[in-house]
Design a protein. Structure first.
Length: 202
């Protein structure tokens, strides 16, 4: 899990102009979706070190009244807390269960998380059980993500696949997986090389 956090931190800290452009566009797409529905209370499931919210602060005029971030990696949670992100509290997963109550959140976001999980359906079902009004999900759009990795000369021995990715979805494949759990309102592949899906729990 520490490796995941380190890779995530490197992604947000990258000075590569192409990577910065793609990351900025991805954050803009997520910010656009949240600005449309303007949820007051957000759960960021798999929040990592909070780097997403740090970037959001430079991107969007919208800001939620309350952000709850939860992650398995306790080191990442410590890093998130050190960022002093406005209106945000961060908990390691072992302490976060008590905060995951039905009706506590207007929106749940789960960004670049499900591809790391062996049984993502179990996780998505539990997130739906929280009964948020909106769910925002993102995963790498395969095979384009791996192609981009190979162009960058990364993970060549694994044909571009990150060592910690156990799920590899195309945009259509991810849509088919997700629609078992949520009513999809939008599928966005413009945040290349990622797929973003927005919907409401069934």
């Amino acid at each position: 899990m520490l490796q995941v956090t380190e890779l995530n931190n490197r992604k947000y800290a990258s000075k590569n102009l192409i990577k910065r452009f793609l990351l900025s566009r991805f954050i803009q797409r997520i910010a656009q979706e949240m600005s449309t529905v303007k949820p007051a209370r957000i759960l960021d499931f798999g929040c990592g070190s909070g780097a997403f919210w740090q970037e959001m602060g430079h991107t969007s005029s919208y800001w939620p009244a309350a952000i709850t971030g939860i992650d398995l990696d306790e080191a990442a949670i410590l890093q998130a807390r050190e960022k002093n992100i406005p209106n945000a509290v961060f908990y390691p997963a072992k302490d976060g269960e008590q905060h995951l109550q039905k009706g506590n959140f207007d929106c749940v976001i789960c960004l670049e998380v499900l591809e790391h999980i062996k049984e993502p359906g179990i996780v998505l079902r539990k997130l739906c059980e929280l009964q948020p009004q909106h769910i925002v999900l993102s995963v790498p759009n395969e095979p384009w993500f791996r192609i981009c990795q190979m162009i960058s000369l990364k993970n060549l021995s694994r044909l571009g696949n990150d060592i910690d990715h156990v799920q590899n979805w195309s945009a259509n494949g991810f849509k088919k997986f997700v629609q078992e759990y949520i009513n999809i309102t939008k599928v966005d592949t413009s945040a290349f090389p990622f797929t973003v899906i927005v919907g409401v729990p069934k």
